[in-house]
Write a protein that binds this ligand. Structure first.
Ligand code: OOG
Ligand code: NI
Length: 464
């Protein structure tokens, strides 16, 4: 039997190939990557403590390779197939995000690795949205769009074949995996020739810019690729020096000592030349804005209790100052966030003791030389200096932030109202699987780290 490579190997290779392709397609992404690399190196040099903890928890190496991407799909079949393709790379759908409330006619999930080991190896994720034609009022347009989408095939035959082979044989050989990466990359490639004519494009665009982006092209081009930074405020401040204009406000929580969840900022989508069939066998030139850049800083994963506090404080800040699409009240919004988030504890001990965030536990040096007979509770073990704790990184996304990112790239004129209509059941039926619940997953990682500590502490030296 031929030896299989691991799904993490395939994911790593794919993430690297995607990054190289996007760097080539959107040079500003390359500039941003270099800037992020530089700022991350500075942050690590300036905070030896942070560097030491990242190293100790096996989280340092992944950072320079870390990124997420985003795609927007048109049909249930596309979504179901991409699920199978991502599964070959060890990426599974986690979370359900309803963006209809924010005026974007999609609902989404994130495909990502789920086990602790796989995440440490390479946490590449893809925020994947499915267009909701059901939210479009114009029935004629809805039918025309569905008809265009029905006819396209976003996967190469090689990608389909290799996915089936991987499913049947429970993996791929090195040679097949290399081919799989090349074939699947095609799905994400930019095509500057539209599959609709100029009139249709304009009708779609009038209904919603996002609909034009999904329906008019041969495939779901990757629309951004986001490196992870350790200091988003610094990158945001330096972007203009590199001829990149960031959006006015950073999405998510304000600057804090203890980073929570996720902070993100993006730069505006590029206006790109595209051509449309002119109906006489020729091409007519036009333009389309779709692809942009984004950076993010990841903090601790919050428990349901911490998350509801976050949601409450974010809503309160946005009630005080609603961030304008043109960025005109950015400073006031930032001040409102900082003020409101005073109510969120900003030291790791309080966050842990109040049950607001998830942590991994490990033995201190003293702990690894000690053995105890009875099981003590974790607080006592920490107080005795036997066990230490580190924040678990938040691997997911935030719906309000995602909506802000979508909107900043759709332009100010694209604000539209849709009736809030989350439909996770429908999404899962289209996906052909249930999405995983992110909270349960973090709780498992925390619990097993704690059990490993207790196990090591209570084991008798002789049994080793
Ligand atoms: C996805 C926007 C959401 C994020 O990081 O929250 C997103 C899109 O524009 O397709 O990527
Ligand atoms: Ni993103």
């Amino acid at each position: 039997m031929t030896k299989h490579v691991t799904s993490s190997d395939i994911r790593s290779a794919f993430s690297a190939a995607m990054s190289a392709m996007y760097r080539n397609e959107v040079p500003a992404y390359g500039t941003l990557m270099d800037l992020v690399g530089h700022v991350n190196a500075e942050a690590l040099a300036g905070q030896p403590q942070l560097k030491a903890r990242l190293e100790a928890t096996d989280n340092l190496e992944r950072i320079s390779e870390e990124r997420h991407g985003a795609i927007r799909l048109g049909t249930a079949d596309e979504l179901a197939m991409i699920r199978r393709v991502f599964a070959v790379m060890g990426m599974y759908p986690v979370g359900y995000y309803d963006l209809s409330t924010a005026g974007v006619p999609v609902h989404s999930t994130a495909f990502r690795p789920v086990g602790d080991e796989a995440l440490k190896r390479n946490p590449f994720r893809v925020f994947t949205s499915l267009l909701r034609l059901d939210l479009i009022a114009d029935q004629g347009l809805r039918e025309d769009a569905a008809c265009v989408l029905e006819k396209r095939q976003i996967f190469t035959s090689g990608a389909l074949e290799l996915t089936e082979k991987a499913e049947k044989e429970r993996g791929l050989s090195k040679e097949d995996a290399d081919r799989f990466v090349v074939e699947v990359l095609e799905t994400f490639r930019w095509h500057n020739r539209a599959i609709v004519d100029g009139d249709m494009y304009h009708r779609l665009h009038e209904a919603h810019r996002l609909i034009a982006d999904v329906v008019s092209f041969k495939g779901p081009h990757i629309n951004h690729l986001t490196p992870r930074t350790l200091d988003i405020d610094r990158v945001q401040a330096l972007m203009p020096d590199h001829d990149i204009a960031p959006k006015a406000t950073i999405e998510g929580p304000p600057t804090r000592n203890c980073a929570i969840l996720l902070r993100q900022t993006s730069f505006k989508a590029l206006e790109e030349a595209v051509s449309f069939e002119d109906g006489n066998g020729g091409w007519q030139t036009g333009s389309h804005t779709a692809r942009f850049g984004e950076i993010e800083q990841r903090g601790i994963a919050l428990t349901p209790k911490g998350r509801s506090l976050y949601d409450k404080l974010l809503a309160a800040s946005r009630k005080m100052v609603h961030p304008a699409a043109d960025g005109s009240n950015a400073k006031a919004y930032e001040a409102a966030l900082i003020e409101t988030f005073q109510a969120f504890p900003d030291d790791w001990t309080t966050i842990r003791v109040e049950g607001l965030g998830y942590f991994t536990y490990s033995l201190t040096e003293k702990g690894s030389e000690t053995s105890i007979s009875a099981t003590a509770d974790v607080d006592a073990l920490i107080a005795d200096g036997l066990v230490q704790f580190d924040p678990i990184v938040y691997e997911d996304f935030l719906p309000v932030s995602a909506a802000g990112i979508f909107q900043s790239n759709l332009g100010d004129g694209a604000q539209q109202q849709f009736a809030a209509s989350p439909n996770q059941q429908r999404f899962e039926a289209d996906l052909g699987a249930k999405v995983l619940n992110e909270f349960g997953h973090y709780a498992d990682i925390e619990q097993s780290s704690l059990e490993a500590c207790i196990h090591a502490l209570t084991r008798s030296p002789a049994a080793d």
